[in-house]
Design a binder for this molecule. Structure first.
Ligand code: NI
Length: 177
């Protein structure tokens, strides 16, 4: 297994729509494992292919049992995830993203979803999720369509966050030079 470099915003590669996979084979299983390892190491609770330069519809999530930080690991590896049902009730969560280090903003999304996907054995599955797991899956699927959590907040707040990240990136570049 290997750790993959995570792309930090602003970066045009995060705005590209990812392609569906034909089937989950050994090569994709390896990528999914690397994505999970990268996510745990970060640490984070979700990661999408485009964040590590893989333009395929692959996501990994693990919000742990009951969404408790010290809960038992409960990883999902999903290919071609597709939301097929959402609840009428919404849920607001203070979201972060591994591509937006230390930046958070409240985003409102459906509280419960049903998602259809191919698992790591290439078996089609449906999962009903609510709460943090539902929020996380929706956030990761957005990445596959080039949509970032800051696209759900006001333009002003988005500009502030992106300006901050640009500043941090420039500073890092200067320190390397
Ligand atoms: Ni994210």
């Amino acid at each position: 297994m290997a750790l993959l470099p995570i792309i930090v915003a602003p970066d045009p590669r995060l705005k590209i729509r990812a392609e569906p996979v034909e089937q989950v084979d050994d090569e994709l299983r390896l990528i999914l494992d690397d994505m999970l390892e990268t996510m745990y190491e970060a640490p984070g609770i979700g990661l999408a292919g485009p964040q590590v330069g893989v333009l395929k519809r692959l996501i990994v999530v693990d919000v742990r049992d009951d969404g408790e930080e010290d809960g038992k690991a409960n990883p999902y590896r999903m290919a071609n995830p597709e939301i097929i049902d959402v609840s009428e009730e919404d849920r607001v969560h203070d979201e972060g993203c591994l591509s937006f280090p230390d930046q958070y903003a409240e985003v409102e999304r459906p509280d419960a979803i049903c998602v259809r996907y191919l698992d790591e054995q290439n078996v089609s599955r449906e999962l009903r999720a609510d709460g943090l797991l539902a929020t996380c899956i929706q956030h990761e699927i957005d990445h596959l369509d080039g949509i970032l959590f800051v696209d759900h907040i006001t333009a002003l707040k988005r500009k502030m966050i992106l300006r901050k990240l640009t500043k941090i990136k420039k500073q890092a570049e200067r320190e390397l030079a």
